[in-house]
Design a protein. Structure first.
Length: 510
């Protein structure tokens, strides 16, 4: 296809944030083209059928939605349904299980622990309600956010002290501490007492979504979110090109040139990079970061012929798997797994979380699978840093998968592998993706699902105040992916903020 003489904006990467930015800029009357290296858009927010001949559409990478602002969904007019799970979470334990309902209240626990849980989550809820609306506004000073939150105890526990301090002060139960800590661990390789507070930042992003922190299932899978965003962008007038790999970006502000692997070169006013900051540095010809990003999880997708039996006869599998099913995620278990991984060893019993999306959204399964009682199962194994797979990748992957299955089996009444649905040739429906494979498949450096360690959702330097957290030091190159300040997760927030930054920059230049 012949190029126009010059574009207002070239968006490098067709993940969901790039599509959000494309839709907003095209609606504002700008000429926009999205360049995606794969043969489809969506990045990590896609659905697929990974098992040959089996009509089950799994969200293969990202799997739940919390941070995508409801106001942005309405603004874009997206026909996306996010469905609440019946149960928030279930954690098996020796004396039964810890079940948490929609209100965040744990059932069947010591009354003192119940009160501690309620107080802590009320505090977190207050922070979420005040902080979340600021994510789609210009950056505020740290002290302004502190005044906005207006809770000195919450500020100290969440923003100044390692999260371990609050957990050990507030909860007597090792299990309750661990269940809370998991929100500080998913996608971040750090201990509870990390002095850099990476775990605190990760925790915040997991608990502030839309002011509630609730994680919902996208009906139709993650692919439905991408399909809606692609349609929104194209209807607005954006052009989307797949199999268009960008190999370099050159800028002499006010112009930029984007060159593709096939030799095509596009001239534009603005470049929006829906790629990791480390990838953007490479495209700009800049040095690589001193500390490359490192992902820390093993993702496992399964199709089950039936839900596995539990050890607790008083809890049905349909209830236990309806929300987040925590496995070996006690406080000390998480610490032990982190220590083993830090020493270069695959954790003996990896802490992990299970999600059965088909209990909430049966539409992702063909009718014949639903009638047969089949269910999807997504597993997210923690403290599996990319360094563990740096040697013999195949052997390390197999060892990590075996350890993860062993961990799951330790809390069930039957081996999970006995419940797997077979393909026509008898192959069990199971796939695993390591951090190094995430890098290869999605271009995420080190397989880091947030592109790099998450940043505080406020300005940390005076020159950032009033900006959007997407600036790069190049006057017409903007981050619009998970690595932006206030990035991470399937949120659309960096895409929104990058589009706003571009429009404001144009207004200033007039």
């Amino acid at each position: 296809m012949a190029d126009r003489g010059r574009w207002d904006a070239v968006i490098v990467g067709g993940g969901h944030n790039g599509l959000v930015a494309a839709a907003l800029l095209a609606r504002a009357g700008r000429s926009v083209v999205v360049l995606e290296r794969q043969d489809h858009v969506g990045g990590a927010a896609v659905s697929g059928m990974p098992f040959a001949g089996v009509d089950a559409r799994l969200s293969r990478y990202a799997y739940l939605v919390s941070l995508f602002p409801a106001a942005l969904i309405r603004m874009l007019g997206l026909p996306v349904e996010l469905r609440r799970r019946r149960i928030s979470s279930y954690t098996p334990r020796a004396d039964g299980g810890l079940e948490i309902d929609h209100t965040g209240a744990p059932r069947a626990v010591d009354p003192n622990e119940f009160d501690a849980w309620q107080r802590f989550h009320a505090m977190v809820g207050g922070v979420a309600a005040r902080l979340f609306p600021t994510l789609t506004e210009p950056l505020r000073r740290r002290e302004e956010v502190r005044w906005l939150i207006d809770d000195e105890e919450a500020w100290r526990e969440l923003f100044e002290e390692p999260l371990s301090v609050a957990l050990e002060r507030r909860f007597a139960s090792e299990l309750a501490r661990g269940v809370v800590l998991t929100d500080a661990t998913i996608g971040t390789f750090a201990p509870a007492d990390d002095p850099l507070l990476r775990q605190n930042r990760c925790f915040l992003y997991h608990v502030i979504g839309n002011g509630t922190g609730r994680w919902d299932v996208p009906v139709g899978g993650m692919g439905a979110v991408t399909d809606a965003l692609r349609e929104c962008a194209t209807v607005a007038g954006a052009e989307i090109r797949t199999a268009a790999e960008v190999v370099s970006i050159a800028t002499d502000d006010p112009n930029a040139h984007v060159r593709c692997a096939d030799g095509a070169e596009l001239e534009c006013r603005h470049v929006l990079a829906n790629v990791a900051p480390a990838v953007l540095s490479r495209l700009l010809g800049e040095p690589a970061p001193a500390e490359p990003p490192e992902g820390s999880q093993l993702k496992v997708n399964m199709l089950l012929a039936r839900l596995p039996r539990l050890r607790d006869p008083d809890v049905s599998a349909h209830d236990a798997f309806a929300g987040t099913f925590h496995v070996n995620e006690g406080y000390e278990q998480l610490a032990a797994a982190y220590a083993q991984a830090s020493e270069g060893r695959i954790p003996a019993l990896p802490p992990c979380e299970l999600y059965c999306h088909s209990l909430t959204d049966p539409s992702i399964l063909a009718p014949a699978l639903r009638d047969a009682g089949a269910h999807t199962l997504t597993v997210f194994a923690l403290h599996m840093p990319a360094r563990l797979f740096a040697g013999d990748r195949g052997q390390a992957k197999q060892a990590a998968l075996e350890a993860t299955l062993r961990s799951i089996d330790s809390v069930l009444a039957e081996p999970i592998e006995e419940c797997l649905w077979p393909t026509e040739d008898g192959t069990p429906c199971l796939e695993a993706v390591t951090p190094v494979e995430l890098e290869e498949q999605l271009g995420m450096p080190g397989g880091h699902i947030f592109h790099r360690d998450l940043a505080w959702p406020f300005a940390e330097r005076e020159e950032e105040v009033g900006r959007w957290g997407v600036e790069t030091g190049r006057g017409n190159v903007w981050l619009c992916g998970a690595g932006a300040r206030r990035g991470g997760g399937v949120s659309g927030i960096p895409g929104h903020n990058a589009a706003r930054a571009v429009l404001e920059a144009e207004t200033r230049s007039k």
